[in-house]
Design a protein around this ligand. Structure first.
Ligand code: IMP
Ligand code: MG
Length: 361
């Protein structure tokens, strides 16, 4: 789950590819039941329907034909652009069962144009199947025979649908959402790289709140709270605190931060489960993670820096080289992969190589 930006607008995940596939499957079953003894001509309305039509047709097991039309505003001498023309419709439709495949029916204006055009083609029957339908805005008295997923009157993109030309290639459907207002960043890197130091600078400059999960755990350990005692058993050995414990704590901290321009996450997420949970959690708040900023320092320098810090930090996990190496091992086996997670979302900012891992191993 995430928030994406297309042109000037923000969209959040709304209907997953799996849910879309289920809806397409049900539509195929309904249409198959009604048409299997016929050879229907499926007509997709371009551009938006190309993905739906491809998935639909692939699953339709009986004889059928496929064609596409495009409804274009009539150009030429007409300046109003209101007269519509169906491009690509050259077949003889007399006596045929024609099934229009639409990606989305909104006001129904497009559908009405299609009806007008097919009215005098002497078809045997004309049926409409649409993957998405907005019942709240549909104003026409026209029958829609098959409806995949009814949705509220909010603009969507993905699975063939676009916003000003882009977004058609998204596998999931995204829904328009308000602009996230916070600058939320992840400071990322192995232990001792200087995340805390950089966080101190950034929070001053940009009025951000700094949340270091390590610091929160250590303050619980100091208070000897239940959470602290549990966390201590992992942290002292240089192991990661389990996901469920860390996530629960992080949510509670985030829910209680004072107003700010954003949050710097330091030491969280450390696993892919944590990263996914954070995305979902942010999205519930109408926010997003703006970027992961990765800092890298050669591992041998890190070890000496941590041992040096251990002289004054009082941190047991900074004082023993074996524990330090175990922390690196945890980082490189469970955490470093998160760079790919954020790279895939186009929010990774940092060195593009895995040199450090090679040095470490
Ligand atoms: P109509 O209002 O039913 O005529 O829909 C017209 C066209 O607007 C559809 O075929 C789509 O191309 C486009 N459209 C309507 N609603 C949406 C939406 O939520 N996302 C993307 N395109 C849309
Ligand atoms: Mg359309």
């Amino acid at each position: 789950m995430s928030i994406i930006k297309l042109h000037d607008k923000y969209f959040k995940t709304y209907i997953t590819a799996e849910k879309i596939a289920e809806a397409v499957h049900i539509l195929v079953e309904q249409v198959s039941k009604d048409c299997k003894n016929d050879t229907p001509l499926f007509i997709g309305v371009l551009n938006g329907s190309f993905m739906f039509v491809a998935d639909f047709i692939r699953q339709y097991k009986y004889n059928c034909e496929v064609s596409f039309v495009k409804l274009a505003s009539y150009q030429g001498t007409n300046s109003t652009g209101k007269i519509k023309q169906l491009v690509g419709n050259n077949e003889n439709l007399e006596g045929r069962t024609v099934i229009i495949l639409e990606d989305i029916i909104d006001t129904g204006n497009t559908l009405e144009e299609i009806y007008k055009i097919f009215k005098d083609k002497n078809v045997k029957q004309l049926k409409i199947a649409t993957l998405f339908f907005k019942p709240d805005v549909f104003k026409k008295e026209l029958p829609i025979d098959y409806i995949g997923i009814p949705i509220p009157d909010k603009f969507i993109v993905g699975y063939g649908l676009d916003y000003n030309g882009i977004g058609r290639n998204l596998a999931d459907i995204y829904q328009l959402t308000s602009k996230p207002t916070m600058k939320n960043i992840l400071l990322f890197g192995p232990p001792g790289v200087g995340k805390g130091t950089q966080a101190d600078r950034l929070k001053e400059k940009y009025n951000l709140i700094h949340i270091s999960t390590g610091d929160v755990f250590r303050s619980h350990i100091k208070k000897e709270s239940e959470l602290g005692i549990l966390a201590k058993s992992f942290i002292d050995k240089g192991n990661l605190v389990p996901d469920d414990v860390t996530i629960k704590m992080l949510k509670s901290v985030v829910n209680n931060v004072p107003d700010s321009s954003g949050i710097i996450f330091d030491g969280f997420p450390r696993t892919e489960i944590q990263a996914k949970t954070l995305d979902e959690f942010m999205e519930e708040k109408g926010e997003t993670i703006g970027g992961m900023i990765a800092i890298e320092v050669p591992t041998n320098l890190l070890v000496s820096r941590l041992l040096e810090r251990g002289k004054t930090s009082g941190r047991l996990d900074d004082q023993d080289e074996n524990k330090i190496l175990n922390r690196f091992n945890e980082y490189f086996t469970k955490t470093a992969v998160l760079k790919e997670y954020y790279r895939a979302q186009n929010t990774y900012y940092g060195p593009g190589n895995t040199v450090l891992k090679q040095q470490f191993l």
